[in-house]
Design a protein. Structure first.
Length: 462
């Protein structure tokens, strides 16, 4: 079998990006992937297909709610679910084919099948054993199971099944008010389902800025989503067409039942490392099942690296991509680096939510003095014209130095706007640097500048 400089196991955003960078740096590279298509969870059953459904269902909402207000008359479109799924599949195919093309262009070999590591320097796929100086594990994650809730991917589904439902459910119960629950819950609510989200904590989107949590919940409620907070799901019982979910309210220990024709389990994901043979190799795992790595993403076994959802840190495609590029640089003898303090997080609901860096809660807990500059989209002309004036931009800056410590945005294009702050943070900028930068008018970005202004002398339009 061919000898490689690097073999990467897993072709998700972490693995395929790592492979392309390795090849660009002159390393002979192969990727082992057992799925029919490249791209991992993100492209096949995660980020990309969910964004297609979010886009389609948002367009429907615009046509129903806002077209008449703008003088666009006519019958609002109805949902052809089969066609919507076909559109989603086309989006997936276009993107996964794109990675195949990039592999060919960069001369990265795709070894089809599921890989294991019988010993350092070797990767076994089926009957074949390939050798490599460096092995990168990029095997990602899988939905974490919940005791008492049996998944059939038809009536009781994970995000995977939720992207392939036979029809739009009339009634849907979502377990978990995290990113997956709210994004997919939004899709089906917009398509006409009666959606109830059951969440164990007393707030939605754990870890997000408190004000953003409250605002998002209020807006989603207005859009028709129902929330049961402080509720621990005990079990679900399903027939072929319906399921009953039992939950216990923490405040009074009372038990309740709710029925639906679809239940989405979205209570988190766990690293996927089955079948790699890590035990035998002596690669250590954390209590949560993540692969332990050093600062160079190398495991305790020399020459075996791990990145992405399989290692500690936020389970985000772009975090995996950055680690993939950094580990490639390390292997090529350069200096790979990831700034874990500046990794944005985005929830693609409408409006979008985006965050980077510290929250007010983490700063208070650390006893750090800060200033918060906030600007409501209500004062932004472009947002008002586009029926998108709900939400705000909040920038947190060090009280003494004015250096930006974090930002939280709920509003139109939040997932794009956040990157202005990410770049500013990478350069160690002060809020005043953003405030003194000319921003084109009329744009949503002006709201970011106004929030930066609000960190000192005050915003103009509020
Ligand atoms: P999550 O960790 O974001 O949210 C899970 C929620 O379930 C939490 O609020 C938790 O308190 C709740 N929960 C846990 N046990 C429960 C129980 N027994 N009853 C009721 N609620 C319970 O996990 P999620 O949404 O499944 O996403 C998994 C991973 O995928 C996350 O790390 C997320 O960042 C990532 N992801 C990111 C996306 C993005 O960046 N837009 C999109 C989709 C997923």
């Amino acid at each position: 079998m061919a000898n490689y400089d690097v073999i990467i196991i897993g072709a998700g955003p972490g693995g395929y990006v790592c492979a392309i960078r390795c090849a660009q740096l002159g390393l002979k590279t192969a990727v082992v992937e057992g799925r029919e298509a490249l791209g991992g969870t993100c492209l096949n059953v995660g980020c990309i297909p969910s964004k297609a459904l979010l886009h389609a269902s948002h367009q429907l909402h615009e046509a129903q709610e806002n077209f008449p207000k703008m003088g666009l008359k006519g019958k609002a479109p109805s949902v052809d679910w089969k066609q919507m799924l076909a559109y989603k599949s086309e989006v997936i195919e276009g993107n996964t084919r794109g990675i195949e093309f990039l592999f060919k262009k960069n001369k990265v070999d795709w070894i089809r099948g599921w890989g294991s590591i019988p010993e350092p320097g070797q990767v076994k796929v089926g009957e074949d054993t390939h050798s490599a100086k460096h092995i990168v594990i990029a095997t990602g994650s899988e939905p974490a199971p919940l005791e008492g809730v049996a998944i059939d991917e038809k009536v009781v589904v994970t995000s995977t099944g939720a992207l392939e439902l036979g029809k739009v459910p009339k009634r849907m119960v979502v377990i978990g008010a995290g990113v997956i629950g709210l994004e997919l819950g939004s899709v089906y609510a917009r398509l006409g389902a009666d959606v109830t989200v059951i969440e164990y904590l007393d707030t939605i989107t754990p870890g997000m800025d408190g004000e953003v949590q409250k605002t998002l919940q209020r807006i989603l409620k207005k859009q028709g989503l129902k929330f049961v907070l402080g509720a621990a799901v005990q079990k679900s019982e399903a027939t072929k067409t319906r399921a009953k979910v039992t939950y216990r309210l923490k405040k009074d220990d009372s038990e309740h039942e709710i029925e639906a024709d679809c239940v989405l389990l979205a209570t988190g994901r766990r690293p996927f490392t089955d079948g790699l043979g890590l035990d035998k190799l002596g690669v250590k795992l954390t209590k949560q099942g993540q692969i332990e790595v050093g600062r160079d993403w190398q495991t305790g076994v020399r020459g075996i690296y791990a990145i992405g959802d399989a290692v500690p840190g936020p389970m985000l495609a772009h975090k995996a991509e950055d680690e993939g590029m950094a580990v490639a640089e390390q292997i090529a003898g350069r200096h790979g680096h990831v700034n874990y303090g500046v990794i944005p997080g985005v929830i693609y609901t409408w409006p979008e939510v985006a965050a980077v860096g510290e929250t007010e809660q983490t700063l208070k807990a650390a006893g750090r003095a800060y200033r918060a500059g906030k600007f409501m989209f209500m004062g932004n002309a472009r947002a008002k014209a586009n029926f998108a004036a709900e939400g705000f931009v909040k920038i947190l800056a060090d009280k003494d130095t004015d250096r930006i410590l974090g930002a939280h945005i709920i509003g139109p294009a939040a997932g794009e706007l956040i990157h202005e702050i990410c770049v500013a943070m990478e350069f160690g900028a002060a809020a005043q640097d953003v405030a003194l930068t000319c921003h084109a008018h009329p744009t949503y970005s002006e709201a970011v500048r106004e929030a930066a202004l609000a960190c000192s002398d005050g915003a103009i339009h509020s």
